[in-house]
Design a protein around this ligand. Structure first.
Ligand code: KG4
Ligand code: ZN
Length: 345
């Protein structure tokens, strides 16, 4: 039983390179503290798992304390601890899961091991209130691109489609590298694209008319690399802004098309977009246009809640507490390939 009208939940996220600690009261955000090890990975052009695990270990205690201070709370105020149990990098997940178990045991409160992707969906409630049931969710990040039917984020998440190769964010990162932009590439492509034309180069749109709700970005990524190589071989300068805009247009066109196809197919009137790529300005704009045309309501959390953070984990934890879902046992594993259909372990 909660000691408060609405439970105060501490959420811990360590699935990739962000050590995120969030605190919510029900669906009110009290703190969202993030320590990122991105700078340590940038020179490698991608996240190095061992480096991420060590950084989580070092950042965990100060980040938890930072979140409590930001919320003006003490450990004794916490009613439950939620943690990302998967999917993600095994060693990185392990640090968060071990810490969450220790906090839950030490504080004598229940532990909820949750799915990272479901948490990306749940976080929107902190900004836009309870999720309509059902909703369709498009999750686009560095590790995942999925379309989900979400009858109830606390207990029922159904996979409608996913990428068959690269994740959308991964494609942004790889194309950025080809264009000589820093890692992670998404925000840099977004910025460069504002100076270019999305219609400059007709890049291929994978699985556009195949009738499935799956994605493919590997062909597009290769097409961009070949196009750039051909310009360089001919001794011409590469029009970075136009290539960035045209690549981005192709990704965003496919993502929004399939998301609205999912809404139509399942007769759902609410679409949520989450994950790091949801911060993309062109994705937000095109999604809004196409949702308006289709009579679908669009929800996109603000960028700070789209990228990995602890508040999303706390938000889902609060849903689980409210739904009376049984807490996790203290021997739950970190599961790097936890399926999306498993909301909590
Ligand atoms: O959700 P997230 O923080 O971590 C994962 O779970 O992967 O997503 C990170 C991904 C990176 O690939 C990054 O390039 C991409 O999100 N990203 C963006 C933008 N901001 C971040 N992609 C496109 N446009 C952006 N503005
Ligand atoms: Zn994520």
């Amino acid at each position: 039983m909660s000691r408060h009208d609405e439970p105060i939940v501490l959420g811990i996220e360590t699935s990739c390179d962000e050590t995120g600690v969030g605190i919510v009261r029900g669906h009110t955000l009290l703190a969202n503290t993030v320590a990122s090890s991105m700078d340590e990975h940038a020179r490698f052009g991608g996240v190095v798992p061992e480096v991420a695990s060590r950084a989580h270990l070092e950042a965990m205690t100060p980040t938890v304390e930072g979140a409590l201070t930001a919320a003006g709370l003490r450990f004794s105020d916490i009613d439950a601890v939620a943690v990302t149990a998967g999917p993600g990098l095994a060693g990185a997940l392990l640090v968060g899961v071990a810490a969450a178990k220790a906090y839950a045991l030490g504080l004598g409160v229940p532990l909820y091991g949750v799915n990272h992707l479901a948490a990306h969906v749940a976080v929107d409630q902190l900004e836009h209130g309870p999720l309509p049931k059902p909703s369709v969710a498009l999750l686009v990040s560095g590790g995942h691109s999925s379309l989900l039917l979400v009858p109830d984020v606390a207990q029922d998440v159904i996979s409608l489609g996913s990428t068959v190769d690269d994740a959308a964010g991964e494609a942004f990162d790889k194309v950025a590298r080809v264009l000589g932009l820093p890692f992670p590439g998404g925000p840099h492509i977004d910025r460069a694209a504002r100076e270019g034309s999305g219609a400059a180069v007709a890049f291929p749109r994978g699985k556009y008319d195949d009738g499935t709700l799956d994605f493919s970005f590997s062909g597009l990524k290769t097409a961009v690399a070949r196009w750039v190589e051909a310009r360089e071989a001919a001794g011409e300068t590469v029009p970075v802004a136009d290539v960035a805009a045209s690549f981005q247009e192709a990704v965003v066109d496919v993502l929004t098309r399939k998301a609205l196809q999912a809404c139509a197919r399942y007769d759902v009137k609410d679409l949520l977009i989450g994950g790091g790529v949801a911060a993309n300005s062109r994705l937000r704009a095109m999604a809004q246009e196409r949702c308006d045309a289709a009579g679908v309501r669009l929800r996109v959390p603000r960028p700070g809640l789209c990228t990995d953070n602890g508040a999303m984990v706390a938000a889902l934890g609060a849903n689980l507490v409210a739904a009376g879902v049984r807490p996790s046992t203290l021997d739950i594993p970190a599961d790097s390939s936890l399926p999306i259909t498993v909301v909590n372990v």
